[in-house]
Design a protein around this ligand. Structure first.
Ligand code: ADP
Ligand code: MG
Length: 637
């Protein structure tokens, strides 16, 4: 192997400025350096890029990285260049002239790492280049794109293997994805023809993400968002809405409130959309409001919160979208604002789904799947147990301990004995002969005066108004628990109805139905619990943690100073990012700035101790940051 004296750890420190590898990284790197194929399945933000970039610097020839999106390639190449590594991309954003120039540089060995779109591999000029240049490794990033069962299938990923077969030197193959399903994993290994690959799968958990569900009506959602943004000024965040209309309305609203906000949905023209995306990535806009069209190909590492204005259609979607928070490993928050109406919206959206090219049986199959996923998603919003465990269990990771780092774990509960109520619910469904949905069942039991109830004659049922002392939310919790326990069956589809399930246990004398619900009055504000990495609250939270007998609200001068310094460094970073035409997080991540505030480096060698400061960045930016820190300290002595 190339320069045998340099170790992967030295590369990590020298170029990337990190002291240690994260879970799975070293194993993948060693596998590759042993000349063996590798497949890594690691969650978003786990650090997959370094797993091929570090060995790429140690292998004798070039590493080709196949990546699905231009924006991802640009981001990666900028990051590598900032770290002092020669890398380039070859894709359709370049002119033919630029491409042949890049290829001739590449042939002369100027670049260690070259990013390409899969389509590029099929072109004659690229193949000619590849046949005459030593290629040590072919890396397939976002490798799930090869599977028809994945979310972002790209047919041209299927051709990668044809390209690799033609290469003379039998390069090592490595593949990376965050999609952990069995089918996708097997597809990747099989279709890429990986030889005896070392398959490394790390846990799916993203420990730095704080999950939280808030049950709110439409108006309350708007207030929540306004308050949240006001108390998280300077934090970058994404707000996902289910529809374009919601995006536009919320956007106008926040704009009026003076929030630095942009928006993104498929109804906007391509250029404006691109501009909005850049405004967000370059921190010119604090918040982006978007439909789920936004996010693919965004590697922005300092997203501190992802709020869902509406419930998404599946846990898969939710995990992917929420997972765009906290890529830098610093604490970040994922909040889902739930209202029962969201379920209706989702059903409507699924109902209008395009089934082109499917026969009836396939269509039914997909419908059934969709409905099931939606139910499980709704279960996430209704559960009173640990939210993280709910997600992990869904992805097949068994966990038992509550995480103590989610809204539900920090929530206080009370238990209601709803055994009698459960019997009335069954009575109501029986009287309705299983023809109606949850809303009508609840309305009937509460004795609501809705016209629709009169129309169906519900106001003359025995059970009408029997549970009027309960709230709608109590009954919703009860019914969702009874569905989980199998006492009630909820049918699929847009007009799902409730039917009586297996109630033999319920009819036994000593069966009790206990429903856990949030204690409204003592609701602990979750945002207080989170260590906020950005600005004030982070340093305050930290300070009070070490000083628990100091139960005052005033922050210690130390914390206030740190957060002021953080803000100063953030401004400097923004300034440099402008000069360099790169997004601020590529200059330094939030984590790096926070570490500077903690360590207060005074010399170049102290600066090198800061996480994320490698040799090249020290040379480029070290002096400016040292100066800023030193003048801040002397002004604030
Ligand atoms: P993924 O592709 O798995 O989603 P990335 O490769 O984009 O994740 O890495 C996410 C972030 O983690 C980047 O900011 C990267 O610099 C950082 N990172 C990766 N490895 C380490 C490490 N060993 N120590 C500290 N930070 C790391
Ligand atoms: Mg990645």
């Amino acid at each position: 192997m190339g320069s045998s004296t340099i170790t992967p750890l030295q590369i990590l420190k020298t170029y990337f400025g990190y002291d240690s590898f994260r879970e799975g990284q070293e194993e993948i790197i060693d596998t590759i350096l042993d000349g063996r194929d590798a497949l890594a399945i690691m969650p978003t933000g786990a650090g997959k890029s370094l797993c091929y970039q570090v060995p790429a610097l140690l292998l004798p020839g070039i590493t080709l990285v196949v990546s699905p999106l231009i924006s991802l390639m640009q981001d990666q190449v900028k990051s590598l260049n900032e770290a002092g590594i020669h890398a380039a991309y070859i894709n359709s954003s370049l002119t033919e002239g630029q491409i042949s120039k890049a290829l001739s540089f590449a042939a002369r060995g100027v670049y260690k790492i070259i990013y390409v779109a899969p389509e590029r591999l099929e072109t004659a000029s690229f193949l000619a280049f590849a046949l005459h240049t030593p290629i040590s490794m072919v890396t397939v990033d976002e490798a799930h794109c090869i599977s028809q069962w994945g979310q972002d299938f790209r047919p041209s990923y299927l051709k990668i293997v044809d390209f690799v077969r033609q290469l003379p030197g039998h390069p090592i193959l490595s593949a990376f994805t965050a999609t952990a399903t069995e089918v996708v994993k097997n597809d990747i290994a099989r279709i890429l023809e990986l030889k005896n690959p070392n398959i490394v799968i790390t846990g799916f958990d993203r420990k730095n993400l704080y999950y939280r569900v808030e049950h709110l009506t439409g108006k309350q959602k708007d207030t929540f968002i306004a308050n949240y943004i006001a108390s998280h000024a300077n934090e970058s965040g994404i707000i996902y809405c289910a529809t374009r209309k919601n995006v536009d309305t919320l956007y106008e609203q926040l704009l009026k409130q003076g929030v630095s906000v942009t928006r993104y949905h498929a109804g906007m023209n391509t250029e404006i959309r691109k501009e909005s995306q850049d405004d967000f990535i370059y921190d010119r806009a604090q918040v982006v409001i978007a439909t789920n069209a936004f996010g693919m190909g965004i590697d922005k590492s300092n997203v501190r919160f992802v709020i869902h204005y509406n419930m998404p259609q599946s846990i898969e979607n939710y995990y992917q979208e929420a997972g765009r928070a906290g890529r830098d490993g610093e604490p970040a928050e994922c909040i889902l604002l739930f209202s029962p109406q969201d379920v209706m919206i989702s059903k409507m959206l699924l109902g209008s789904k395009d089934f082109e090219g499917m026969d009836f049986a396939e269509m039914e199959q997909v419908r059934h799947q969709d409905a099931k996923r939606l139910q499980i998603m709704e279960g996430y919003c209704m559960t009173t147990s640990c939210l993280r465990n709910y997600i992990l269990n869904y992805f097949g990771e068994s966990t038992d301990q509550p995480c103590d780092n989610c809204g539900n774990c920090h929530q206080e509960f009370e238990e209601l004995d709803m055994t009698q109520d459960a019997k009335w619910v069954i009575g109501c469904i029986t009287e309705m002969r299983g023809r109606y949905g949850q809303a009508l069942v609840i309305g009937t039991l509460l004795g609501s005066k809705r016209a629709r109830l009169r129309e169906i004659g519900a106001d003359s049922y025995n059970c009408y108004g029997q549970l009027q002392s309960r709230t709608e939310n109590d009954l919703r919790l009860l019914i969702s628990q009874m569905i989980r326990q199998g006492y009630i069956v909820q049918t699929d589809g847009e007009y799902s109805v409730l039917k009586v399930g297996n109630i033999s246990e319920l009819q036994q004398k000593n069966t009790q139905i206990l429903v856990k619900k949030f204690k409204e009055k003592e609701k602990i504000s979750a945002s207080k619990k989170r260590k906020n990495p950005y600005g004030k609250s982070y340093f305050e939270a930290e300070n009070t943690a070490g000083n628990s007998n100091e139960a005052t609200n005033t922050s210690s001068p130390n914390a206030a100073k740190k957060s002021a310094l953080f803000e100063t460094l953030r401004q400097l970073r923004l300034q440099i990012a402008k000069e360099e035409s790169v997004p601020p997080y590529i200059v330094f991540t939030d984590k790096t700035l926070i570490d500077m505030c903690e360590k207060l480096p005074g010399t170049e060698s102290e600066m090198l101790d800061v996480s994320g400061v490698g040799q090249n960045k020290l040379k480029k930016y070290g002096q400016r940051f040292l100066q800023e820190i030193s003048s801040f300290l002397s002004n604030n002595n």
